[in-house]
Design a protein around this ligand. Structure first.
Ligand code: GDP
Ligand code: MG
Length: 168
């Protein structure tokens, strides 16, 4: 099995950290400064049973004035070329207009599998995590799977990979 997977979401949600965790070494730049990943970065995970090519994208962000201008074209483009899109949003932040913009784009895509990763699960308590998952359930129809994960604490990273492989 093999496939291409794009990791998308607004800046700072943990996209590059996830790719690093999956690939196992620092291939992508991780920082709390927004927009550090300037171009799409690829990481390849090769196992006996599968090969996954991940595309780490710059954060997609909208502008009050001209959404189209400010949204990130390379990230948007990457969603067209892949088998699976992993959309990330952190457990400790509210669902904002940038998320809604990406959700709207994702909802139009019928030819890719879509996974919502609620990231940074380690930084909120169980009650907050439950509330966040509940909040996201409004959008569950857009997604083929929803996974609550943490890259730094290695929560559900294996499950994410299994889910991706299952979709190929
Ligand atoms: P990106 O802009 O979406 O690529 O986000 P980064 O991967 O660069 O991460 C942004 C910040 O969030 C960095 O300071 C990371 O260390 C932090 N971060 C990423 N994943 C996690 C996680 O699972 N848990 C916690 N606590 N912090 C995380
Ligand atoms: Mg990044």
């Amino acid at each position: 099995k093999s496939g291409f997977i794009s990791i998308v979401g607004r800046p700072n949600v943990g996209k590059s950290t996830l790719l690093n965790k999956i690939i196992g070494h620092k291939i992508s730049i991780v920082t709390n400064k927004a927009q550090t990943t300037r171009n799409n970065i690829r990481g390849i995970l090769t196992e006996p049973e599968y090969q996954l090519v991940f595309v780490d994208t710059p954060g997609i962000h909208t502008s009050k004035n001209q959404i189209d201008r400010f949204m990130n074209s390379s990230a948007m483009r990457s969603m067209k070329e892949v088998d699976v899109v992993v959309f990330m949003a952190p457990a400790d932040e509210t669902i904002g207009k940038n998320d809604l913009f990406i959700l709207n784009e994702l909802s139009k895509k019928t030819d890719v599998k879509k996974i919502l990763v609620i990231s940074k699960a380690d930084i909120v308590n169980k009650e907050k995590l439950f509330l966040k998952a509940n909040e996201w359930s409004t959008y569950q129809d857009i997604f083929d799977e929803i996974i609550i994960a943490s890259s730094t604490e290695n929560i559900n990273i294996d499950k994410l990979i299994e889910t991706i492989v299952g979709f190929l």
